[in-house]
Design a protein around this ligand. Structure first.
Ligand code: GLN
Length: 437
Protein backbone atom coordinates (compact mmCIF):
# COMPACT_ATOMS: atom_id res chain seq x y z
CA UNK A 1 0.00 0.00 0.00
CA UNK A 2 1.27 3.44 -0.84
CA UNK A 3 0.70 5.72 2.14
CA UNK A 4 -1.82 8.48 1.38
CA UNK A 5 0.15 11.00 3.46
CA UNK A 6 2.59 12.19 0.74
CA UNK A 7 -0.33 12.57 -1.70
CA UNK A 8 -2.20 14.57 0.88
CA UNK A 9 0.76 16.95 1.29
CA UNK A 10 1.00 17.39 -2.51
CA UNK A 11 -2.72 18.18 -2.56
CA UNK A 12 -2.39 20.76 0.22
CA UNK A 13 0.37 22.57 -1.66
CA UNK A 14 -1.64 22.53 -4.89
CA UNK A 15 -4.64 23.93 -3.08
CA UNK A 16 -2.68 26.91 -1.74
CA UNK A 17 -0.24 27.47 -4.63
CA UNK A 18 -2.61 29.83 -6.46
CA UNK A 19 -2.64 32.28 -3.56
CA UNK A 20 -0.21 35.03 -4.53
CA UNK A 21 -1.23 37.58 -1.94
CA UNK A 22 1.28 39.29 0.31
CA UNK A 23 4.89 40.13 -0.47
CA UNK A 24 8.34 38.96 0.66
CA UNK A 25 9.94 41.00 3.46
CA UNK A 26 11.42 44.14 1.94
CA UNK A 27 13.28 45.66 4.87
CA UNK A 28 15.94 42.98 4.33
CA UNK A 29 16.85 43.35 0.62
CA UNK A 30 18.18 39.79 0.33
CA UNK A 31 14.78 38.49 1.44
CA UNK A 32 12.92 40.76 -0.95
CA UNK A 33 14.83 39.01 -3.74
CA UNK A 34 13.49 35.56 -2.73
CA UNK A 35 11.64 33.58 -5.39
CA UNK A 36 8.06 34.18 -4.20
CA UNK A 37 6.78 31.03 -5.91
CA UNK A 38 8.75 28.67 -3.70
CA UNK A 39 6.49 26.45 -1.65
CA UNK A 40 7.44 23.55 0.58
CA UNK A 41 6.10 21.51 3.46
CA UNK A 42 7.53 18.85 5.72
CA UNK A 43 6.16 16.77 8.58
CA UNK A 44 8.55 14.99 10.90
CA UNK A 45 7.35 12.19 13.15
CA UNK A 46 8.71 11.40 16.57
CA UNK A 47 10.38 8.28 15.24
CA UNK A 48 12.37 10.28 12.74
CA UNK A 49 10.31 9.82 9.56
CA UNK A 50 9.89 12.78 7.19
CA UNK A 51 7.10 13.45 4.75
CA UNK A 52 8.05 16.32 2.48
CA UNK A 53 6.54 17.93 -0.57
CA UNK A 54 7.37 20.86 -2.85
CA UNK A 55 10.71 22.68 -2.71
CA UNK A 56 11.77 20.79 0.36
CA UNK A 57 15.53 20.96 -0.38
CA UNK A 58 15.46 24.73 -0.77
CA UNK A 59 17.41 26.49 2.01
CA UNK A 60 16.21 29.78 3.49
CA UNK A 61 17.22 31.75 6.56
CA UNK A 62 15.66 30.79 9.85
CA UNK A 63 15.00 34.38 11.02
CA UNK A 64 12.66 34.59 14.01
CA UNK A 65 12.10 30.85 13.96
CA UNK A 66 15.49 30.65 15.70
CA UNK A 67 14.06 32.40 18.76
CA UNK A 68 12.41 29.48 20.60
CA UNK A 69 15.46 27.25 20.10
CA UNK A 70 17.92 29.89 21.26
CA UNK A 71 15.66 30.61 24.22
CA UNK A 72 15.86 26.91 25.09
CA UNK A 73 19.65 26.97 24.73
CA UNK A 74 19.91 29.95 27.10
CA UNK A 75 17.58 28.35 29.67
CA UNK A 76 19.63 25.18 29.53
CA UNK A 77 22.97 26.95 29.89
CA UNK A 78 22.13 29.68 32.39
CA UNK A 79 19.27 28.09 34.29
CA UNK A 80 15.65 29.12 34.37
CA UNK A 81 15.83 31.97 36.87
CA UNK A 82 18.82 33.75 35.30
CA UNK A 83 16.91 33.99 32.01
CA UNK A 84 13.54 34.80 33.57
CA UNK A 85 15.19 37.62 35.52
CA UNK A 86 15.97 39.28 32.19
CA UNK A 87 13.09 38.38 29.89
CA UNK A 88 9.42 37.83 30.77
CA UNK A 89 6.88 35.39 29.35
CA UNK A 90 3.90 37.63 28.67
CA UNK A 91 2.38 38.05 25.21
CA UNK A 92 2.66 41.61 23.90
CA UNK A 93 -0.06 41.74 21.28
CA UNK A 94 2.41 43.93 19.41
CA UNK A 95 4.52 43.53 16.30
CA UNK A 96 7.74 41.53 16.53
CA UNK A 97 9.97 44.59 16.24
CA UNK A 98 8.20 46.87 18.71
CA UNK A 99 10.40 48.98 20.97
CA UNK A 100 8.74 47.79 24.16
CA UNK A 101 9.63 46.90 27.72
CA UNK A 102 7.36 45.82 30.55
CA UNK A 103 6.33 48.98 32.36
CA UNK A 104 6.85 47.67 35.86
CA UNK A 105 9.71 45.18 35.51
CA UNK A 106 11.59 47.05 32.77
CA UNK A 107 12.22 43.70 31.03
CA UNK A 108 11.35 42.69 27.47
CA UNK A 109 7.94 41.06 27.66
CA UNK A 110 8.87 37.78 26.04
CA UNK A 111 11.68 36.06 24.11
CA UNK A 112 9.73 35.80 20.83
CA UNK A 113 9.79 39.53 20.07
CA UNK A 114 13.07 41.08 18.95
CA UNK A 115 13.68 42.92 22.25
CA UNK A 116 13.49 39.62 24.14
CA UNK A 117 15.39 37.64 21.51
CA UNK A 118 18.29 40.12 21.37
CA UNK A 119 18.47 39.97 25.17
CA UNK A 120 18.43 36.16 25.17
CA UNK A 121 21.12 36.13 22.48
CA UNK A 122 23.29 38.46 24.57
CA UNK A 123 23.13 36.05 27.52
CA UNK A 124 24.98 33.34 25.60
CA UNK A 125 28.71 33.05 26.11
CA UNK A 126 30.76 34.83 28.74
CA UNK A 127 30.12 38.54 29.12
CA UNK A 128 32.10 40.54 26.59
CA UNK A 129 31.71 37.77 23.96
CA UNK A 130 31.97 38.99 20.39
CA UNK A 131 29.15 38.72 17.87
CA UNK A 132 31.10 35.95 16.11
CA UNK A 133 31.52 33.96 19.32
CA UNK A 134 27.83 34.14 20.18
CA UNK A 135 26.83 33.39 16.59
CA UNK A 136 28.93 30.25 16.69
CA UNK A 137 27.31 29.11 19.94
CA UNK A 138 23.92 29.63 18.29
CA UNK A 139 24.89 27.95 15.01
CA UNK A 140 26.23 24.90 16.87
CA UNK A 141 23.17 24.79 19.13
CA UNK A 142 20.67 25.04 16.28
CA UNK A 143 22.62 22.27 14.52
CA UNK A 144 21.86 19.96 17.46
CA UNK A 145 18.15 20.46 16.87
CA UNK A 146 18.54 19.92 13.13
CA UNK A 147 20.75 16.86 13.55
CA UNK A 148 23.27 18.22 11.03
CA UNK A 149 25.78 21.07 10.79
CA UNK A 150 23.94 24.23 9.77
CA UNK A 151 25.65 27.25 8.22
CA UNK A 152 25.14 31.01 8.29
CA UNK A 153 24.24 32.83 5.07
CA UNK A 154 26.69 35.76 5.26
CA UNK A 155 25.06 37.65 2.42
CA UNK A 156 21.61 37.69 4.05
CA UNK A 157 23.25 38.78 7.31
CA UNK A 158 25.08 41.62 5.55
CA UNK A 159 21.91 42.68 3.83
CA UNK A 160 20.02 42.81 7.13
CA UNK A 161 22.91 44.60 8.86
CA UNK A 162 22.90 47.37 6.24
CA UNK A 163 19.46 48.50 7.37
CA UNK A 164 19.20 47.21 10.93
CA UNK A 165 18.18 50.58 12.37
CA UNK A 166 15.21 49.18 14.25
CA UNK A 167 17.14 46.34 15.90
CA UNK A 168 19.99 48.72 16.73
CA UNK A 169 17.45 51.03 18.36
CA UNK A 170 16.02 48.10 20.32
CA UNK A 171 19.48 46.98 21.49
CA UNK A 172 20.37 50.52 22.57
CA UNK A 173 17.10 50.78 24.45
CA UNK A 174 17.94 47.47 26.18
CA UNK A 175 21.45 48.71 27.00
CA UNK A 176 20.20 52.01 28.36
CA UNK A 177 17.90 50.14 30.78
CA UNK A 178 20.76 47.74 31.69
CA UNK A 179 18.75 44.79 30.39
CA UNK A 180 21.79 43.93 28.30
CA UNK A 181 25.12 44.84 29.77
CA UNK A 182 27.42 44.22 26.78
CA UNK A 183 28.00 46.25 23.65
CA UNK A 184 24.59 46.62 21.94
CA UNK A 185 26.12 46.58 18.46
CA UNK A 186 27.76 43.22 19.10
CA UNK A 187 24.45 41.89 20.41
CA UNK A 188 22.62 42.98 17.24
CA UNK A 189 25.34 41.65 14.96
CA UNK A 190 25.30 38.28 16.67
CA UNK A 191 21.50 38.20 16.63
CA UNK A 192 21.47 38.94 12.90
CA UNK A 193 23.83 36.01 12.31
CA UNK A 194 21.46 33.91 14.42
CA UNK A 195 18.61 34.91 12.09
CA UNK A 196 20.74 34.09 9.02
CA UNK A 197 21.27 30.40 9.76
CA UNK A 198 20.17 28.42 6.70
CA UNK A 199 17.55 25.69 7.02
CA UNK A 200 15.22 23.66 4.82
CA UNK A 201 11.66 22.69 5.73
CA UNK A 202 13.05 19.25 6.56
CA UNK A 203 15.47 20.78 9.07
CA UNK A 204 12.73 22.87 10.62
CA UNK A 205 10.31 19.96 10.84
CA UNK A 206 12.94 17.88 12.64
CA UNK A 207 13.75 20.80 14.95
CA UNK A 208 10.03 21.09 15.66
CA UNK A 209 9.76 17.33 16.22
CA UNK A 210 12.57 17.62 18.77
CA UNK A 211 10.36 20.02 20.74
CA UNK A 212 7.35 17.74 20.15
CA UNK A 213 9.30 14.82 21.62
CA UNK A 214 10.13 16.48 24.92
CA UNK A 215 13.52 17.77 23.76
CA UNK A 216 14.82 14.53 22.23
CA UNK A 217 15.95 14.75 18.60
CA UNK A 218 14.09 11.89 16.88
CA UNK A 219 16.95 11.27 14.44
CA UNK A 220 20.05 11.54 16.60
CA UNK A 221 18.34 10.38 19.80
CA UNK A 222 20.10 13.16 21.69
CA UNK A 223 18.37 14.97 24.52
CA UNK A 224 18.83 18.52 23.26
CA UNK A 225 16.62 20.18 25.87
CA UNK A 226 15.60 18.90 29.29
CA UNK A 227 11.86 18.20 29.61
CA UNK A 228 11.31 21.22 31.87
CA UNK A 229 13.06 23.65 29.52
CA UNK A 230 11.31 22.10 26.54
CA UNK A 231 7.95 22.71 28.22
CA UNK A 232 8.92 26.30 28.92
CA UNK A 233 9.84 26.89 25.27
CA UNK A 234 6.55 25.43 24.04
CA UNK A 235 4.56 27.44 26.57
CA UNK A 236 6.12 30.65 25.35
CA UNK A 237 5.69 29.67 21.70
CA UNK A 238 2.03 28.92 22.33
CA UNK A 239 1.28 32.32 23.88
CA UNK A 240 3.77 34.58 22.10
CA UNK A 241 5.05 32.77 18.99
CA UNK A 242 2.68 34.45 16.56
CA UNK A 243 3.09 37.95 18.02
CA UNK A 244 0.00 40.10 17.58
CA UNK A 245 -2.09 37.27 16.09
CA UNK A 246 -1.24 34.81 18.89
CA UNK A 247 -4.86 34.67 20.10
CA UNK A 248 -6.31 34.17 16.65
CA UNK A 249 -3.71 31.50 15.86
CA UNK A 250 -4.25 29.68 19.13
CA UNK A 251 -8.03 29.57 18.80
CA UNK A 252 -8.13 28.75 15.09
CA UNK A 253 -5.02 26.62 14.48
CA UNK A 254 -4.21 25.55 18.03
CA UNK A 255 -0.64 24.44 17.40
CA UNK A 256 2.26 26.17 19.19
CA UNK A 257 4.11 27.77 16.30
CA UNK A 258 6.71 30.30 15.23
CA UNK A 259 7.00 32.24 12.03
CA UNK A 260 9.92 34.09 10.47
CA UNK A 261 10.14 36.92 7.94
CA UNK A 262 11.90 34.63 5.44
CA UNK A 263 8.50 32.96 4.97
CA UNK A 264 8.90 29.89 7.13
CA UNK A 265 6.48 28.76 9.83
CA UNK A 266 6.85 25.74 12.04
CA UNK A 267 4.46 24.14 14.47
CA UNK A 268 4.84 21.62 17.26
CA UNK A 269 2.21 19.14 18.35
CA UNK A 270 3.56 17.71 21.60
CA UNK A 271 3.80 13.95 21.55
CA UNK A 272 2.90 13.76 17.87
CA UNK A 273 4.85 15.66 15.25
CA UNK A 274 6.69 18.70 13.96
CA UNK A 275 5.52 20.56 10.84
CA UNK A 276 7.10 23.28 8.76
CA UNK A 277 5.99 25.24 5.74
CA UNK A 278 7.90 27.69 3.55
CA UNK A 279 6.49 30.32 1.21
CA UNK A 280 8.09 33.81 1.14
CA UNK A 281 5.09 36.11 0.64
CA UNK A 282 4.16 37.64 4.00
CA UNK A 283 1.06 39.16 5.52
CA UNK A 284 1.02 42.44 7.43
CA UNK A 285 2.15 40.65 10.62
CA UNK A 286 5.33 39.33 9.01
CA UNK A 287 4.12 35.74 8.69
CA UNK A 288 3.88 33.67 5.51
CA UNK A 289 0.45 34.00 3.88
CA UNK A 290 0.36 30.53 2.40
CA UNK A 291 2.14 29.14 5.46
CA UNK A 292 -0.57 30.49 7.74
CA UNK A 293 -3.37 29.25 5.51
CA UNK A 294 -1.78 25.84 5.15
CA UNK A 295 -1.57 25.53 8.91
CA UNK A 296 -5.29 26.32 9.14
CA UNK A 297 -6.02 23.56 6.63
CA UNK A 298 -3.69 21.05 8.27
CA UNK A 299 -5.12 21.71 11.70
CA UNK A 300 -8.68 21.09 10.48
CA UNK A 301 -7.84 18.09 8.30
CA UNK A 302 -5.48 16.37 10.68
CA UNK A 303 -7.25 17.24 13.95
CA UNK A 304 -4.19 19.00 15.34
CA UNK A 305 -5.80 21.61 17.60
CA UNK A 306 -4.17 21.12 20.97
CA UNK A 307 -7.34 22.15 22.81
CA UNK A 308 -9.50 19.61 21.04
CA UNK A 309 -10.40 17.51 24.06
CA UNK A 310 -9.51 13.88 23.43
CA UNK A 311 -12.31 11.33 23.67
CA UNK A 312 -12.61 10.43 27.32
CA UNK A 313 -10.35 7.41 27.67
CA UNK A 314 -12.12 4.09 27.75
CA UNK A 315 -12.10 2.75 31.22
CA UNK A 316 -8.63 1.87 32.21
CA UNK A 317 -10.10 -0.80 34.49
CA UNK A 318 -10.13 -3.78 32.18
CA UNK A 319 -11.34 -6.30 34.75
CA UNK A 320 -12.04 -6.24 38.45
CA UNK A 321 -12.52 -9.78 39.79
CA UNK A 322 -12.85 -11.34 43.19
CA UNK A 323 -12.02 -14.85 44.34
CA UNK A 324 -12.27 -16.85 47.49
CA UNK A 325 -9.23 -18.90 48.28
CA UNK A 326 -9.22 -22.34 49.92
CA UNK A 327 -8.19 -20.80 53.19
CA UNK A 328 -10.87 -18.16 53.02
CA UNK A 329 -8.63 -15.42 51.68
CA UNK A 330 -10.63 -12.79 49.79
CA UNK A 331 -8.68 -12.08 46.64
CA UNK A 332 -9.39 -9.10 44.42
CA UNK A 333 -7.63 -8.81 41.08
CA UNK A 334 -7.79 -5.43 39.44
CA UNK A 335 -6.46 -5.46 35.86
CA UNK A 336 -5.73 -2.10 34.23
CA UNK A 337 -5.04 -1.13 30.64
CA UNK A 338 -3.71 1.72 28.49
CA UNK A 339 -2.14 4.98 29.48
CA UNK A 340 -2.67 6.11 33.05
CA UNK A 341 -2.60 9.74 34.02
CA UNK A 342 -4.24 11.60 36.87
CA UNK A 343 -7.88 10.99 35.87
CA UNK A 344 -7.32 7.28 35.26
CA UNK A 345 -5.51 6.88 38.55
CA UNK A 346 -8.31 8.71 40.33
CA UNK A 347 -10.74 6.23 38.83
CA UNK A 348 -8.80 3.25 40.15
CA UNK A 349 -8.27 4.84 43.56
CA UNK A 350 -12.02 5.38 43.81
CA UNK A 351 -12.72 1.68 43.29
CA UNK A 352 -9.95 0.70 45.72
CA UNK A 353 -11.55 2.88 48.38
CA UNK A 354 -13.97 0.35 49.94
CA UNK A 355 -14.91 1.31 53.50
CA UNK A 356 -16.08 -2.16 54.58
CA UNK A 357 -13.74 -4.15 52.38
CA UNK A 358 -13.26 -7.83 53.10
CA UNK A 359 -10.36 -8.08 50.65
CA UNK A 360 -7.35 -9.73 52.20
CA UNK A 361 -5.23 -10.01 49.05
CA UNK A 362 -5.20 -7.25 46.43
CA UNK A 363 -3.60 -7.95 43.06
CA UNK A 364 -2.87 -4.97 40.83
CA UNK A 365 -2.34 -6.23 37.30
CA UNK A 366 -0.49 -3.74 35.08
CA UNK A 367 0.43 -6.09 32.25
CA UNK A 368 -1.67 -4.21 29.71
CA UNK A 369 -0.69 -0.76 30.86
CA UNK A 370 1.85 0.86 28.56
CA UNK A 371 2.48 4.10 30.38
CA UNK A 372 1.97 5.60 33.82
CA UNK A 373 2.85 9.21 34.39
CA UNK A 374 4.53 10.49 37.46
CA UNK A 375 1.44 11.65 39.33
CA UNK A 376 -0.39 8.35 38.68
CA UNK A 377 2.68 6.44 39.87
CA UNK A 378 2.78 8.41 43.11
CA UNK A 379 -0.97 7.99 43.69
CA UNK A 380 -0.78 4.22 43.16
CA UNK A 381 2.27 3.87 45.36
CA UNK A 382 0.54 5.76 48.15
CA UNK A 383 -2.70 3.80 47.71
CA UNK A 384 -0.89 0.44 47.83
CA UNK A 385 1.04 1.55 50.91
CA UNK A 386 -2.26 2.47 52.58
CA UNK A 387 -3.72 -0.93 51.69
CA UNK A 388 -0.75 -2.65 53.27
CA UNK A 389 -1.10 -0.53 56.38
CA UNK A 390 -4.72 -1.62 56.56
CA UNK A 391 -3.50 -5.23 56.67
CA UNK A 392 -4.17 -6.20 53.03
CA UNK A 393 -1.51 -8.25 51.22
CA UNK A 394 -0.56 -6.46 48.04
CA UNK A 395 0.58 -8.32 44.96
CA UNK A 396 1.76 -6.55 41.84
CA UNK A 397 1.94 -7.75 38.26
CA UNK A 398 4.22 -5.18 36.70
CA UNK A 399 6.61 -6.86 34.27
CA UNK A 400 7.85 -3.53 32.90
CA UNK A 401 8.33 -2.12 36.40
CA UNK A 402 6.16 0.87 35.50
CA UNK A 403 5.40 1.53 39.15
CA UNK A 404 9.09 1.26 39.96
CA UNK A 405 8.21 -0.94 42.93
CA UNK A 406 10.85 -3.54 42.23
CA UNK A 407 14.51 -3.29 42.97
CA UNK A 408 16.62 -1.58 45.54
CA UNK A 409 15.28 1.62 47.03
CA UNK A 410 11.76 0.98 45.75
CA UNK A 411 9.00 2.69 47.71
CA UNK A 412 7.20 -0.61 48.44
CA UNK A 413 10.06 -3.06 48.97
CA UNK A 414 7.95 -5.87 50.42
CA UNK A 415 5.26 -5.91 47.74
CA UNK A 416 5.15 -9.29 46.08
CA UNK A 417 5.77 -9.26 42.34
CA UNK A 418 4.29 -12.04 40.20
CA UNK A 419 4.18 -12.38 36.43
CA UNK A 420 1.24 -14.66 35.71
CA UNK A 421 -2.33 -15.13 36.84
CA UNK A 422 -2.41 -18.73 35.60
CA UNK A 423 -2.64 -20.25 39.07
CA UNK A 424 -5.85 -18.28 39.58
CA UNK A 425 -7.76 -19.51 36.51
CA UNK A 426 -11.00 -21.50 36.79
CA UNK A 427 -11.88 -23.62 39.80
CA UNK A 428 -8.27 -24.32 40.44
CA UNK A 429 -7.70 -20.70 40.73
CA UNK A 430 -9.75 -20.69 43.90
CA UNK A 431 -7.68 -23.42 45.41
CA UNK A 432 -4.46 -22.05 44.06
CA UNK A 433 -5.23 -18.64 45.35
CA UNK A 434 -3.24 -20.01 48.21
CA UNK A 435 -0.17 -19.41 46.09
CA UNK A 436 -0.53 -15.81 46.91
CA UNK A 437 0.03 -16.29 50.58
N1 GLN B 1 15.97 39.13 11.51
C1 GLN B 1 14.63 39.58 11.59
C2 GLN B 1 14.50 40.84 12.41
O1 GLN B 1 15.02 40.89 13.47
C3 GLN B 1 13.76 38.48 12.14
C4 GLN B 1 12.32 38.93 12.31
C5 GLN B 1 11.33 37.85 12.06
O2 GLN B 1 11.59 36.82 11.46
N2 GLN B 1 10.09 38.09 12.48
O3 GLN B 1 13.89 41.78 12.00
Amino acid sequence: MRSPIPDYLDEILDKHRQDRSGAPADYIPALAAADPEKLAICISTLDGIEYASGDSDYAFTIQSMSKPFVYGMALERLGMSAVLDRVGVEPTGEAFNELSLDETSGKPLNPMINAGAITVHSLLGPSGSSAAERAEIVRAGLSEFAGRELTIDGSVAESERAGAYRNIAIANMLRSYDVITDDPDEAVNGYIDQCSVLVTVADLALMAATLAGGGINPKTGRQVLSPRVNRQVLGVMMTCGMYDVAGDWMTEVGVPAKSGVSGGVFGVLPGQLGISVYSPRLDSHGSSVRGTNIFHTLSDDMGLHIMEAPEPARSIIRRDRRFVGANGEMVRICSLQGLIQWSGAENVLRTMDEPDSTTTVFVLDLRRVYSINDVARRLFTEALARMKNAGVRVVLMDPENLLECAGPGSPLPDVKLIDSLKPLKGLKRLRNARLLR
